[in-house]
Design a protein around this ligand. Structure first.
Ligand code: FE
Length: 256
């Protein structure tokens, strides 16, 4: 009996089976390799992200700030004519102005102005005496348009009525932001002989106009006896507590 044809048939079946097995193995390997490299066929379901991107893994500086609730940091070496980002309090400011607005009256400069004050929005150092005051507002034109880049140079007495004439305590300058806003952290100044509580300020526009004036506080008994007090220069109190007084004042300046 000749068994060779039967042997050839068996060998043929075996080769077909072996070839099929090899193809299945190759196909499976190529899929595994695709997963490891993060290769996603565009025809697959789009919901599967295999490898995180850098933008997913590393939060942006903005995200970090929001997560930690940080206030933007201020540094001493800012570019001139710019302020650090103003705090949340100023975001709620609304321009209370009816054109044509009266220009803010000027006032005597007094004997205690010093050039060269540091650029800063907070005048509150550890050794400053007085109740905390946060003052904010706009610099506007008489058309009620905010003016950006206006220099505001503040100086004042401390809570006991004393000026620092040897250093720069309670002295500082800043610039209005792109929305014409300013923000000052300081203390409520005390009275000194002949004067009711007041804060001095020089307001200089980018075009060069200069307003020198003083701002005052409402309901101060000594307002009645201060010969240069002006009710037009009184701040509006927006919040008052044991810890802090918050107020607003807008300066209206000529442009040019
Ligand atoms: Fe003064």
């Amino acid at each position: 009996m000749n068994r060779r044809p039967h042997y050839h048939k068996l060998r043929h079946y075996f080769m077909v089976i072996a070839a099929s097995f090899a193809m299945i193995t190759l196909s499976a390997c190529s899929q595994i390799t695709g997963v490891r490299e993060g290769v996603v066929d565009s025809t697959e379901e789009p919901s599967l992200t295999l490898v995180p991107t850098f933008s997913d893994a590393i939060p942006s500086p903005t995200q970090v700030s929001q997560q930690e609730g940080d206030e933007p940091e201020t540094t001493g070496d800012q570019e001139p004519n710019t302020n650090p980002s103003l705090p949340e309090q100023t975001n709620r400011l609304a321009i209370d102005c009816e054109p044509p607005a009266d220009l803010t009256p000027s006032m005597t400069e007094g004997p205690f102005y010093k050039t060269g004050s540091p650029q800063r929005i907070s005048l509150v150092d550890d050794d400053v005496t007085g109740s905390r005051l946060n003052l904010s507002g706009f610099v506007l034109t008489s058309d009620c348009q905010p003016v950006a880049g206006v220099l505001l140079d503040f100086w004042q007495a401390d809570g006991l009525g004393n000026y620092d004439n040897s250093g720069y305590r309670l002295r500082g300058h800043q610039y209005t932001d792109e929305n014409g806003r300013y923000y000052l952290e300081t203390v409520v100044p005390g009275v000194y002989p002949g004067r009711t509580p007041h804060i001095h300020v020089r307001v200089q526009s980018p075009e060069g106009s200069l307003l020198i004036t003083q701002i005052f506080f409402p309901d101060e008994p000594s307002n009645l006896t201060d010969r240069i007090f002006s009710p037009q220069l009184v701040i509006t109190i927006t919040e008052q507590s044991v810890d802090i007084l918050k107020g607003e004042f807008n300066f209206v300046i000529p442009v040019g």
